[in-house]
Design a binder for this molecule. Structure first.
Ligand code: GLA
Length: 385
């Protein structure tokens, strides 16, 4: 198993303990010890999901008291489902994912996965740190995308469920020096926590032993109707961003462009479909979040009036890639056999800006030895009756 995670394998499906009973008959006292098995107090279930490259893959279910359930696998530190109630008393899954590992081995476009070492694009797959030039895979035309050919979405992470009673699991991965061309041994941890307030909190942590670039995100595709047959073009979106980064082939030109009045202006809520025809290819752009602090801040709200579901997005990141599922083309099907077509789901990928390693004016993505990479994103689901 990758990494050096001392707690790995210590997950308790059940706890066996000794129960002591004192029996008193007349003057005699007999102490009787019995072995009993009790359910653990945490709201986590663990399912064996099979084996890949000789390593075990698991599915962890995190459940809260209001009936939300999030499942996460240590293959790609991937969110595979988020089942939530709707306003009519129904329940459905609001993210794209599969019910078995086979779906993921067919290489869907990053459904629910943790993306790294660098999410989004690096122009021409090249960047310079100090006196060294590094080359990473050009797996998106002439550019690098989402960590390369075998990014963090396709590796097996160590998983350690929390032992403090919370519905939380931490995934840990050691990305070795030179992996996919990136410098430095990078120790990464991603913690998924489902709270009783229907929040899915994702905390990211990394350390390196050599200067490198890091930009981690989660690539969940949301469809708040819970039905991929219903496109997300009718979802309403609000993004607290005064600017976005214009791109050519996904690479920014360095400009921060004001959204005012155009199809990127989501300062007030608009449906995604309202102005999408004015955006070549559909939305696949980084928004420059208008932040008031460095902490977790509400930066976007996605809503579907039919189910009554609203998703609030909070992050510590400076940017968010809005991707309207433009490349989905029906070639992947859900586990129930429904085609996943264009605009079947939407991604709200909180992150640093694309190509930051080559754009000195953008917030830096350089991580030096001794520094801590710490970011967080929270998705909160509200059901409006
Ligand atoms: C990101 C990119 C898109 C696309 C998807 C995956 O969101 O910005 O261009 O590559 O991932 O298909």
């Amino acid at each position: 198993m990758n990494g050096d995670w001392p707690g790995y394998g210590l997950y308790h499906d059940k706890i066996t303990t000794m129960s002591t009973t004192i029996l008193t008959t007349g003057d005699d006292t007999v102490e009787k010890k019995t072995e009993v098995t009790i359910a653990p107090h945490y709201k986590i279930d663990k399912l064996d999901w099979g084996e890949i490259e000789g390593q075990r893959v698991f599915l962890f279910s995190l459940t809260n008291k209001s009936g939300h359930q999030v499942t996460v696998t240590n293959y790609g530190a991937t969110i595979t489902s988020w089942v939530t109630p709707d306003k009519l008393g129904g329940k459905s899954n609001i993210v794209l994912g599969f019910e078995s590992i086979d779906g993921y081995l067919a290489r869907p476009p990053y459904f629910g996965a943790t993306i790294g070492r660098y999410s989004n694009r690096i122009a021409k797959g090249r960047f310079v740190i100090g006196n060294d030039t590094y080359s990473v895979a050009t797996n998106n035309g002439e550019n690098h995308l989402h960590g390369g050919n075998k990014g963090f979405d396709k590796v097996i992470w160590c998983a350690k469920p929390s032992d403090d009673g919370s519905a939380s699991v931490t995934m840990n991965y050691l990305s070795k020096d030179g992996e996919e061309g990136y410098p430095g041994n990078l120790q990464v941890a991603v913690t998924f926590t489902l709270t009783d307030d229907n929040e899915l909190l994702i905390g990211y942590y990394a350390e390196t032993d050599k200067a490198t670039v890091v930009n981690l995100t989660n690539h969940s595709y949301f469809n708040l109707t819970g039905d991929v047959a219903s496109s997300i073009l009718d979802h309403t979106l609000q993004i607290y961003a005064d600017n976005y980064t214009p791109v050519e082939n996904g690479i920014p030109n360095g400009e921060l462009k004001n959204v005012a009045g155009g199809p990127f202006d989501f300062l007030q809520p608009h449906t995604i479909g309202e102005r999408i025809s004015r955006v070549d290819g559909g939305y696949d752009h980084n928004f420059v979040l208008t932040r008031k602090s460095n902490g977790l801040e509400l930066i976007a709200t996605l809503a579907d009036s039919v189910s009554g579901r609203t998703l609030e997005v909070y992050t510590t990141e400076p940017g968010m890639q809005l991707y309207s599922g433009n490349f989905l083309d029906g070639s992947f099907k859900t586990s129930e056999g429904k085609s996943i077509n264009k605009h079947a789901a939407i991604c709200l990928e909180t992150q640093h800006f694309p190509d930051s390693p080559n754009q000195p004016s953008f917030p830096a993505t350089l991580l030096q030895p001794g520094e801590k990479y710490e970011t967080a994103t929270k998705y909160r689901l509200v059901i409006n009756k």
